[in-house]
Design a protein around this ligand. Sequence first.
Ligand SMILES: [Zn+2]
Length: 384
Amino acid sequence: MKFSEVVGQSITKQKVLPLLRSGRLPHALMLLGPEGNGNLALAIAMATYLQCENPSEEDACGECSSCQKNQKFIHPDVRFSFPVVKPEKKKSPPVSKDYILDWRSALAENVYLSYNDWMQSIGAENRQGNITAEECREIIHQLNLKTYESGYKIQIIWLVELLGQEGNILLKSLEEPPPNTIFILIAENGEAILNTILSRVQLIKMSGIEDEDIAQALLQRFDTDEETALRIARISDGNFNAALTYAQGENKPYDQVLRQWLLACYNLKLKPSGQNTETLLGWIEEMGKSGRENQKIFLKYALFFIRECTYLALTGGSQKLYGDELKFAGGLAKQLGVEQIETMAKLINALHYHIERNGNPKILWMSTSFKIASVFSRQEVIVE
Ligand SMILES: [Zn+2]
């Protein structure tokens, strides 16, 4: 992975490149930023640059044997640790290398993957993944071996917030790593990280990716037009993983799906009939089939849309909605008051929260739909 392949993040690239060029890179650093912002991609680009046999001022060469190995995530001196669950037939606690082949193919498919994508790809179902004490001991053991091929040994730990108290096993290594060892820790949720770890790393905070950068990257990867790319970028909220999912789902635009849902909820209360109940149940059935990650992204879109409706209701305009979307939002803003729109936003937010925490999607969609129906008929609604 070269820096040129990392979407946007030019500020962070300009921050780390001089450190990499001059060899003044701290021996333990942490890239902290929201899901889908490319902090893992950047860590891999840094490792690739450090191992490259022929780097330029700005990037790795992409062609030497080190770069080729890093392209496939198989460089022997770049080690990955990541959350895992116990494999079925294994008695001892799991370590990352139990899943190294899955990891490489997941990265080859999408280096912007989310924790949930990863858990799904290893069949974790509802189990919580973590980085075990055994993995921490394995890290220390491996880093104390000689380097195989290059000057540096690089240990990348993805989602360091899932280390828990086990992280304390690593403190001494983080403080005084073996010579020529670099730790690159990656985190999304700063509040969940042990203070003992935070105080031993140089923290590099990263934000989400700029809309323009996401749009450019989509235009390079998909057969789409500039307006669609920008629209997807705006609703992705700096998350390139979300943008990829939106772009892949473009054949069924989210605004139409949302319209069908809200209309079904509306009809349920105001024009109750067997037919209208069937329509809503059918919609929920379809949504339930689309997978948890897709549902979460759809809900992010719904939230974005409802918030724009609030602006529209308050100011009479929106800078982010166009065409049919804007017309639909205008209708909704007219139909409902600001207070009702706010309640709807809270309901959708709560639904996202519960879907993310592995609640039963069918039940959750059903109960939220009934509550939204009550919002349309201006009844009191409790958000849980
Ligand atoms: Zn190279």
